[in-house]
Design a protein around this ligand. Sequence first.
Ligand SMILES: C[S@@+](CC[C@H](N)C(=O)[O-])C[C@H]1O[C@@H](n2cnc3c(N)ncnc32)[C@H](O)[C@@H]1O
Length: 258
Amino acid sequence: MANMYNEAIRPKKELILCEDGTNTLYSKEFDEPYHSTKDGALHESLEKHVKPALSIKNKHNTLTILDICFGLGYNTFATLYYIKKNKLKTKIHILSPEFDEELVRSLEHFDFPPEFETIKPMIHAVAQNLYYEDEQFKIEILLGDARESTPKIKEKIDIVYQDAFSPVHNPLLWTKEHFSDIRVICKEDAILTTYSSAAAIRLGLYENGFFIFVHRAELMRYSTVASLKMLENFEYIDMELKKVRNPTARSMRDKDYL
Ligand SMILES: C[S@@+](CC[C@H](N)C(=O)[O-])C[C@H]1O[C@@H](n2cnc3c(N)ncnc32)[C@H](O)[C@@H]1O
């Protein structure tokens, strides 16, 4: 199966094995792996996104998640895996922008970790239909440019997984304006998780009303949780103090990349 996958994506992507034993891809177009090979694709999804997000939102019966961007779907699939494994009853609706349709359709043949065995029918449905729905889960791939699809979302978002390629290689998905589009569709207590801990990214979120927190997990570089409400049990970063200490730091702006 993995070989069929390789045939389909060979010109633009390379399969790589991460240190946690799970597979990811290297994008030749973006000159970057889809996941931190050191942190590991599944480990990174669970520790940087799924676990912190679902622990903060553990009182909610329904959650709407914006997964930017779908890629190999690890964040979406790890969410389903985590909910099923822990027998949670939370109803989940995931909206995920992605412009690489060929990649999503090829996931039917991707060599995912054994943890995803129980959700295989969902992976197949997403790859075939770009959509999945049952009584508990709904997954929608929003095909096209995330900067165009995000402002059109009608649902109010509880959780954002901000997991684009790096600010250096994909700057338009890290600007103050992009975070503003996200802010508009967020609920008043929404949170955002991201692997980036860069000052420019944290500033872009802060300038859109997010409080900023450090997230630490085992065997993992630290990452960021941003929240529209103050959070207990997370290490708060005083961004006004950061600005004083780092007066040249600026958020990223669309005009510099368009
Ligand atoms: C780092 S990968 C996402 C990894 C993914 N979250 C996962 O868990 O597998 C970034 C993805 O963003 C997609 N992408 C880049 N720019 C985009 C844009 N402007 N609109 C939609 N998708 C975009 C790429 O095709 C790629 O699949």
